[in-house]
Write a protein of this length. Structure first.
Length: 177
């Protein structure tokens, strides 16, 4: 687990990692089962699992993640239905950031060398999303990406490179316009 959290090569079959994922799966079943519950109930569930939950942050279920404890949401952040966050390392989402439905945020990555990849080892690279960002539905944010404050990511964009503050990025691969 320590190697995973440090962004070093690790094996996902490690017993401690598997136990953490099983706990996350059990939590997701509870959280996603609370789809019609009051926001206060869902907030309490989010506080159980997430690394940080700012005041007024909302995640609409269903929601899927690897672990949850590596996710930090700023105050007023909003994630719409069907978001997926693969959080083997930190995912930080700033205050007032709005994330559309079916957005996918990945920190999990794999070695480029085929022999190393064949061993089953993987690693993570953090994703940092600034304040007041808007990410359109169906966008995909790849491992290691930083998106600056006030940026806009178009619906369906595949973000393969950092996006500066205040920029708009569209397309596949996303390009700053």
């Amino acid at each position: 687990m320590q190697k995973m959290l440090a962004g070093e090569l690790y094996h996902a079959g490690d017993a401690e990692i598997q136990a953490a994922q099983e706990a996350a799966f059990a939590w997701m079943a509870r959280y996603n089962g609370a789809i019609g519950a009051p926001q206060a109930t869902r907030d309490a569930l989010l506080r159980e699992r997430l690394g940080a939950l700012g005041e007024g942050a909302v995640i609409r279920p269903p929601f899927h993640c690897d672990y949850g404890f590596n996710i930090r949401l700023g105050a007023g952040a909003f994630l719409n239905f069907n978001c997926v966050i693969l959080d083997v390392v930190e995912v930080s989402i700033g205050e007032r950031t709005q994330i559309g439905p079916a957005v996918q945020i990945y920190t999990a990555d794999h070695p480029r060398d085929p022999a190393t990849r064949a061993t089953g080892y993987e690693f993570g690279r953090p994703v940092i999303i600034g304040r007041n960002v808007w990410i359109g539905g169906g966008a995909i944010i790849l491992p290691g990406i930083t998106i600056g404050d006030d940026a806009v990511i178009g619906a369906g964009a595949v973000v393969t490179r950092d996006v500066p503050a205040g920029a708009t990025a569209l397309g596949n691969p996303a390009r700053v316009r």
